[in-house]
Write a protein that binds this ligand. Structure first.
Ligand code: DGJ
Length: 354
């Protein structure tokens, strides 16, 4: 009898351990592991693509597009914007959809949108408002032959970082009826908000100032001088008086070489720097010419640390976006040249400054 109870208990514990390992897929570790499956605190793959990370009230918030399991990038495959919260940038708690395109009361422009891509959130201190921007592609019937000819910029606002965000409409980047492509939102030190985007059809990078409430562009867009045409996935960071722009080339969902530019002021003129990537991602054997298999989406200045930035990339997998992943790597400096070195695993101790 005793041995039967013992065997039953042993079987039960063994099953628990196996279940933990298989549920989580990967063991938990207090480190960033670029390119590896990244699970939230429930053991579910983090689903927040084309993302950004902001800080508020001492916590970190990750916002990205929620891709729908089983759908490819050629279908309507985004359910909205999902948010995660963390205290250490490694363990992320799911906060659900903060903008849900399938909600009963969702605006028709969200419900019918073909793509909702690259969400970026800023906190506007003066008004206590969180402003969420995203690429919003109208449905095929409203978007020309492929449904990708028009790309609007959707805007939503919230008074809390975890939303819910209320859709406030869209604007047309560069005041062009086709809108603009990939974009970044740059919040200047004086509070001014700029929309920086790929102009159609020549793919020059242009910038335009937004209204005080951040909802629409005011005035003309200007070209960012010195930035090579066809630069996509733009994201900015500052170091001292200099502004750096990290981006990619243009090759659809396929990876290409990262591009890096520097200027004395945000508006330019920019000077091109060498590719910052070094090393090879052993998971896919891709190196600097393919940005380790990723595409830039954001550079995060680590809160509370001086001169510490994380370069954040999406791994795009158009046929199975839910199971694509993320590459986060620290930015180091060799003189004035930023270097993004491949690391299999790392943590915040790589930043020497407190
Ligand atoms: C590259 C862009 O950076 C992505 O956001 C996406 O729009 C793809 N092109 C689509 O091919």
């Amino acid at each position: 009898m005793k041995s039967i109870i013992f065997l039953a208990l042993w079987g039960f514990f063994a099953a628990m351990v196996t279940a933990q390992e298989t549920n989580s897929g990967e063991p938990k570790s207090a480190a960033f592991r670029p390119g590896r499956p990244w699970l939230d605190t429930n053991g579910v793959l983090i689903n927040a693509h084309g993302f950004c990370v902001i800080d508020f009230g001492g916590r970190h918030y990750w916002y990205g597009s929620h891709k729908i399991e089983g759908k490819t990038e050629d279908e309507k495959n985004e359910a909205g914007v999902r948010c995660y919260v963390s205290d250490n940038l490694i363990d992320w708690e799911d906060q659900g959809l903060v903008l849900d395109v399938f909600a009963d009361d969702a605006h028709a422009e969200l419900k019918e949108a073909f793509i909702l891509d690259r969400p970026k959130v800023i906190y506007q201190e003066a008004s206590g408002t969180f402003i969420l921007y995203f690429k919003l592609y109208p449905p095929k019937e409203k978007g020309g032959k492929s449904g990708k000819d028009y790309a609007w910029v959707g805007v939503a606002t919230a008074d809390k970082p975890i939303g819910p965000f209320k859709y406030r409409g869209y604007f047309l980047g560069n005041h062009n009826k086709f809108g603009t492509g990939d974009f970044a939102i740059f919040q200047d030190t004086d509070g001014a908000i700029y929309h920086v985007a790929v102009r159609k059809p020549d793919k020059a990078l242009v910038y335009g100032r937004l209204s005080e409430d951040g909802l629409k562009p005011v005035g003309e867009y200007k070209v960012m001088e010195g930035v090579t045409k066809h630069t996509e996935a733009p994201t900015f960071f500052r170091r001292g008086d200099q502004v750096y722009l990290l981006g990619s080339g243009t090759s659809g969902w396929k990876p290409n070489a990262a591009r890096l530019f520097v200027a004395d002021r945000f508006t330019g003129p920019y000077k091109e720097l060498p590719n910052p990537c070094q090393g090879v991602n052993p998971i896919n054997n891709m190196g600097p010419d393919k940005t380790f298999g990723g595409q830039s989406t954001f550079v995060y200045p680590v809160a509370g640390r001086k001169d510490a930035w994380i370069a954040m990339f999406d791994i795009n997998k158009p046929e199975d976006p839910v199971n694509a992943g993320y590459i986060w790597l620290p930015i180091e400096f060799e003189g004035d040249q930023p270097v993004i070195r491949w690391r299999d695993q790392w943590d915040l101790s790589v930043f020497s400054n407190p």
